[in-house]
Design a protein around this ligand. Structure first.
Ligand code: DP6
Length: 378
């Protein structure tokens, strides 16, 4: 998260305040899917993600508060949107304003009372831009709400730490709470009906495993067919596999994943990541009516990663081991986790089998470049 303090802008006889924040996306390796309370956005299970470097995929949000603004306004990627159309957005803004108001009451803050109204009463203009496809399963709501909440916190100078702020980001979009931290981040589901113990925390900083890289394979930048919000709500209502995932699988996986990260154990990290992605998409398929987020190209990528991981050393015949892991969110795009020394080779292989703007027929998306899978089934 790129945080800078708010700035003060003085022109003619008025003072305005502005804050700007750039926030990164996070990609879950143990997926959040399902809510126990959809208003407060309380999840059915804990989840864990890696926050990506914000040099690549990010949301930049600038908020200006001015005594001369008449209404709150929002521009998303340059297009004006109605703030009132989104309850989640208004919930986040209202929460931040309420906290600002408490601060003003407590401090009897004179500083900004230069106009007739205190800052909590000023209207705001928000401009938010993603540098990647919005709503294509690339975690745009995560970086979007994280940037919004951090920018509001800076604007209002709220004395809250990242964990506290993660609870506000959570009411915007569940996965956003994890983007309030860099590195490896757990969202603890919690048990409190009011969500006081449902927050994100950093389990290891980015510097703990600098060699771990993420490769984003944009299969499609089209807006997804079923939003995460409606998809997970139908899953909770209809999937018979879902309770098993929540009760039996995820709690154990969270522990194992934290252990794998602590030990920089790529083998365990990768297996858990791939299995969790597969199980998330299985409960989507078990949802009625079923939800399909992955397409033929996504499945081809899965196949290719397994083939890569099954490769043997050409001279010794020894297995080279698991060197890449795929994961898919609510869309067909793949995120590949791998250690730095394998990235170049992986890029070469993906570019070879899935050249940009490919027109290959679906059947050729199931390559067996190393002859491994074929020879095993023969
Ligand atoms: C598949 O956070 O977008 O990416 O809380 O309804 O806004 P809402 O859902 P959202 O869901 C993300 C789901 C996921 C998995 C994950 O990021 O953990």
């Amino acid at each position: 998260m790129d945080i800078s303090k708010r700035i003060q802008i003085k022109h003619s006889n008025i003072t305005e305040y502005e804050s700007s924040v750039t926030s990164p996306v996070n990609i879950a390796v143990i997926k959040y899917w399902g809510k126990r309370n959809s208003e407060l956005i309380l999840p059915t299970n804990s989840s864990l993600s890696c926050t990506l470097s914000q040099d690549h995929l990010n949301t930049k949000t600038t908020i200006r508060a001015s005594p001369k603004f008449n209404t709150d306004r929002l521009w998303l990627n340059g297009v004006e949107e109605k703030i009132s159309a989104s309850t989640r957005l208004t919930n986040c803004i209202n929460k931040a304003r309420e906290l600002r108001k408490q601060l003003e009451n407590a401090l009897e803050d004179q500083e900004e009372n230069t106009s007739e109204k205190p800052l909590s009463k000023w209207k705001i203009h928000i401009a938010s831009e993603n540098n990647f496809p919005t709503a294509a399963g690339l975690a745009s709501s995560a970086s979007g709400y994280a940037a919004l909440v951090q920018a509001l916190a800076n604007l209002y100078e709220l004395p809250l730490n990242q964990t506290e702020l993660s609870k506000i980001a959570r009411i915007g979009s569940g996965s956003a709470c994890r983007s309030m931290f860099g590195g490896f981040v757990a969202w603890r589901a919690g048990v409190d009906p009011n969500g006081e113990d449902s927050y994100a925390e950093c389990v290891a900083p980015e510097s703990h495993w600098p060699d771990l890289h993420a490769l984003i394979l944009v299969v499609s930048d089209a807006k997804k067919g079923t939003s995460s919000t409606s998809g997970m709500s139908t899953t909770v209502k209809t999937s018979e596999l879902f309770p098993m995932r929540i009760e039996k699988v995820v709690p154990e996986r969270m522990k194992k994943m934290e252990e794998a990260i602590k030990n920089r154990d790529f083998n365990s990290f990768a297996i858990l990541t791939m299995k969790d992605s597969n199980q998330f998409h299985s409960v989507c398929l078990d949802t009625y009516p079923p939800i399909f987020y992955m397409n033929d190209i996504s499945r081809g990528i899965v196949h290719l990663v397994h083939a890569f991981n099954e490769q043997k050393d050409s001279t010794t015949g020894k297995p080279l081991g698991i060197r890449a892991a795929y994961t898919f969110d609510a869309g067909p795009n793949a995120v590949i986790y791998a250690e730095k020394q394998h990235i170049r080779e992986l890029v070469r292989i993906f570019m070879h089998f899935f050249p940009p703007a490919t027109t290959q027929p679906a059947s050729t998306y199931f390559p067996d470049p190393f002859g491994v899978l074929q020879s095993e089934s023969d």
